[in-house]
Design a protein around this ligand. Structure first.
Ligand code: SAM
Length: 354
């Protein structure tokens, strides 16, 4: 089985059957070898520096009803909020002073935050912080809207495809949503020129190994600049409230596979991983991730952006806990990079960062 790891490391691709065998492999030596190769690949490409992104959860209102998500429209237990532009700007100011040079604006598909309003918010942030990157993660929009956000100054967009398999997509989403439209949005983002991120939840209800192979092969073809992989975690007030959480081991394995498949990708060690295990974030880094996204949202609303139960948002998951994060990273031989950390393709060297 280790020869498969070597092959992936060398060729950056495997056949569907080979990916399947690797995903099913429970041999501890092989899995440790996979992680080691992924870690070496990350270090060769980025050194021991981990990029930080300040995550601002701008709204928990959402017109969608994704069955897994705690802020789905039908969840009447949620106390809803939409941040004002001034509040978002003060989060950016606080983040800038702490050293953040990327702001990620994430939220539900909130119709009260209109496309005009988001465009103006992006330009205002860009104007005040011209040296910062703005990432959006606001769901599905039209091509023209994505274009306007880009022209206003957003250069990165995160939109997980969630699952490539069409039947599985239908199990996770209401009938108004469809996989092909999600994939079309991803194509648009790429065409416009965004550094585009996609990804999946690991262990979402109904997910099989074959679905994961389809996801891997989609990501291999699509070549996103960013790959977001986190375990599914149930939220009590959703239809999937009694489903088990995804596996940490499988999440780590996928991070390593994606690192070997796409050495220059920006791969976060996600909050969901840190929520499931106290050392989850460090384990993600040791499996090949190279980004963390501390929470910069006002502390008064953090609990309301509950995508799943017990979501971590304080301590080293928070922007104000950066020192703690730094210490935790130092303990495993890594350090925070305060650079913007744009995607740079394999043909270029990260000389300033190494
Ligand atoms: N509305 C935007 C979108 O659809 O991309 C961004 C916000 S959405 C809440 C961000 C991500 O949260 C989703 O892509 C999904 O993968 C993740 N998520 C939602 N519910 C989750 C859960 N129960 N467990 C783990 N991740 C979850």
């Amino acid at each position: 089985m280790k020869t498969l790891v070597d092959k992936l490391c060398l060729k950056h691709t495997l056949s569907a059957e080979e990916y399947r065998s690797l995903l099913l492999c429970e041999d501890a030596d092989t899995n440790a070898y996979l992680q080691e190769k992924a870690r070496q690949t990350t270090i060769a490409r980025f050194g021991n520096a981990v990029y930080i992104r300040g995550l601002i959860e701008i709204s928990n209102r959402c017109r969608n009803n994704c069955l897994y998500c705690g802020i789905r429209k039908s969840n009447t237990m949620v106390s809803r909020y939409s941040l004002s532009r001034e509040t978002i700007l003060s989060c950016c100011r606080e983040g800038y002073a702490l050293g953040f040079r990327t702001f990620v604006l994430q939220g539900g598909e909130d119709l009260s935050q209109t496309d005009d309003w988001i465009t103006d918010t992006v330009s205002t942030i860009k104007h005040e912080f011209p040296d910062c990157a703005i990432t959006l993660s606001l769901g599905e929009k039209s091509l023209a809207t994505y274009q306007r956000f880009f022209e206003a100054g957003a250069t990165r967009y995160l939109l997980r495809h969630e699952t490539f398999n069409e039947a599985h997509y239908r199990e996770l989403h209401p009938s108004e949503m469809n996989r092909d439209h999600r994939l079309l949005c991803l194509e648009w983002l790429k065409i416009i020129g965004y550094q585009t991120g996609t990804g999946i939840m690991v262990g979402s209800p109904g997910q099989t190994i074959d679905h994961l192979v389809e996801d891997i092969q989609f990501i291999e073809r699509f070549q996103p600049e960013m790959i977001g992989i986190g375990p599914f975690i149930p939220h009590a007030d959703t239809p999937f409230g009694n489903e088990p959480a995804g596996s940490i081991e499988m999440t780590l394995k996928l991070i390593s596979i994606f690192r070997l498949m796409h050495p220059s990708a920006l791969i976060p060690s996600t909050t969901a991983l840190a929520t499931l295990s106290p050392d989850g974030r460090e384990r993600g880094i040791l499996a090949g991730a190279n980004v963390v996204m501390p929470n910069l949202s006002p502390s008064s609303v953090r609990k309301q952006y509950a995508l799943y139960d017990n979501k971590a948002s304080f301590g080293s998951e928070s922007a104000e806990g950066l020192k703690l994060l730094e210490e935790q990273l130092n303990e495993i031989g890594y350090k925070i990079s305060y650079l913007r950390g744009d995607f740079v393709s394999s043909n270029h060297c990260h000389s300033e960062e190494l």
